[in-house]
Design a binder for this molecule. Structure first.
Ligand code: NAD
Length: 361
């Protein structure tokens, strides 16, 4: 029987429209092959939304996203909007959509593809076989805690304040996502905190530890964030799934991502308790190469694979997409960002055509 999904597309700015167009063509093909009826609808976000409506996240966009089964976002931002006040900046639209859809869990895989092992800045023997999933809490912690701001003290000196705070319920729901993610992978979960110094981290550690009883098939460990950062570059293969708070996750997921050496290859998923999830590449809008058919569309394509797996429960379609990406790399096709000697250089559109050809064969 045909499965029907309503997908909201948010092309955004810069290279966004280019990489999303390639991805949509691929999804359409997979849909016809696997009897999936994707109903795509497009909406504005970021700089392009500011230009048309004055707001980085128009109300209509949020409403359309809420009424869909999944949201596929490309990237937002660009020089043109860099000097606007914060509430009118493209990035504000990104924070607003995450909050508006209550997306509290961010999943970022860092997988070393054998074809791209030389792209890593670490030695091949250190990174070979690395396959990490960072589960980052996204809507709490120090980025949102109150009080925050820059205040004047009694002496007239300014004092900047942010507050790192987590409620038990916030920790429990992200821990649940992390335990379930670890179950789908190799069953190893490492929780990262700073419980030796921070009270908020002690509560984090206590809750995660008590939740472990419900998941006897998951092996739980804990690391302090400073040690975790060190271990990630020293011996990354020891990690499978990592769960951590907003600030630590922001930093560690970038460090884990760079193990792979290629920002144009990295997808992400942001999930809430209910649909829709938001699926987007880790990279930004790359204004320096926008409109030149130079962008690597693979992070966007792999984000669509995460949408299929984690957002729509279409694992077969996700695997098919991931295999096509591996096959394109195995056949030697490379965009500029991952190009190396002896490989076949292609642009964004041509990479899409290679994937379509592989999927059709
Ligand atoms: P960026 O990720 O856009 O670019 C960093 C470098 O990587 C650039 O040299 C770029 O050309 C390259 N690059 C990125 N994606 C690529 C791809 N798919 N293929 C080939 N090369 C790629 O980061 P930045 O330069 O710091 O930011 C540019 C804009 O993007 C800013 O306005 C920033 O705020 C925004 N941004 C948006 C997001 C998002 O939409 N989630 C994330 C990060 C940055």
């Amino acid at each position: 029987m045909t499965r029907q999904y309503r997908i909201t597309l948010l092309p955004g700015d810069g290279i966004g429209p280019e990489i999303l167009a390639v991805t949509v063509d691929i999804l359409k093909l997979i849909g016809t092959q696997l009897d999936i009826d994707f109903q795509f609808q497009e909406a504005l976000i970021g700089g392009s939304a500011i230009d048309e409506t004055g707001k980085p996240l128009p109300k209509e966009t949020l409403q359309m996203c809420r009424n869909s089964d999944a949201v596929l976002l490309a990237a937002i931002g660009g020089y043109k909007w860099d000097n606007l006040p914060r509430e009118q900046r493209p990035e504000t639209g990104l924070l607003a959509i995450r909050a508006g859809l209550n997306l509290f869990a961010n999943l970022r895989p860092a997988t070393i593809l054998p074809q791209l092992i030389d792209a890593s800045s670490l030695k091949p023997e250190i990174v070979e076989g690395v396959d990490i999933m960072v589960v980052r809490e996204l809507t709490g912690g120090i980025y949102f805690g109150e009080p925050k701001g820059i205040f004047e003290t009694e002496t007239g000196e300014k004092r900047g304040v942010n507050t790192m705070a987590y409620r038990e319920s916030e920790i429990d729901r992200i821990a649940k996502v992390a335990f379930e993610t670890a179950q789908k992978r190799s069953g190893k979960l490492c929780s990262v905190d700073k419980a030796n110094v921070l009270d908020v981290s002690q509560l984090w550690r206590d809750r995660v530890t008590s939740m472990a009883e419900k998941y006897p098939d998951v092996e739980l460990s804990h690391l302090y964030v400073d040690n975790a950062a060190m271990q990630l570059v020293r011996e990354p293969k020891q990690f499978d799934t990592i769960v951590t708070g907003n600030l630590f996750g922001d930093i560690l997921s970038d460090a884990a991502a760079m193990l792979t050496g290629s920002i144009g290859m990295l997808p992400s998923a942001s999930l809430g308790l209910e649909k829709p999830g938001l699926f987007e590449p880790v990279h930004g809008s790359a204004p320096d190469i926008a409109g030149q058919d130079k962008a690597n569309p693979l992070a966007q394509v792999l984000s669509a694979a995460m949408m299929l797996r984690y957002g729509l429960n279409e694992a077969k379609a996700a695997t098919r997409l991931e295999k096509a990406v591996l096959e394109a790399l195995a056949q030697g096709y490379r965009t500029g960002d991952i190009m190396s000697q002896g490989m076949k250089s292609v642009g964004c559109k041509a990479m899409g055509e290679v994937l379509l050809r592989i999927l059709e064969s």
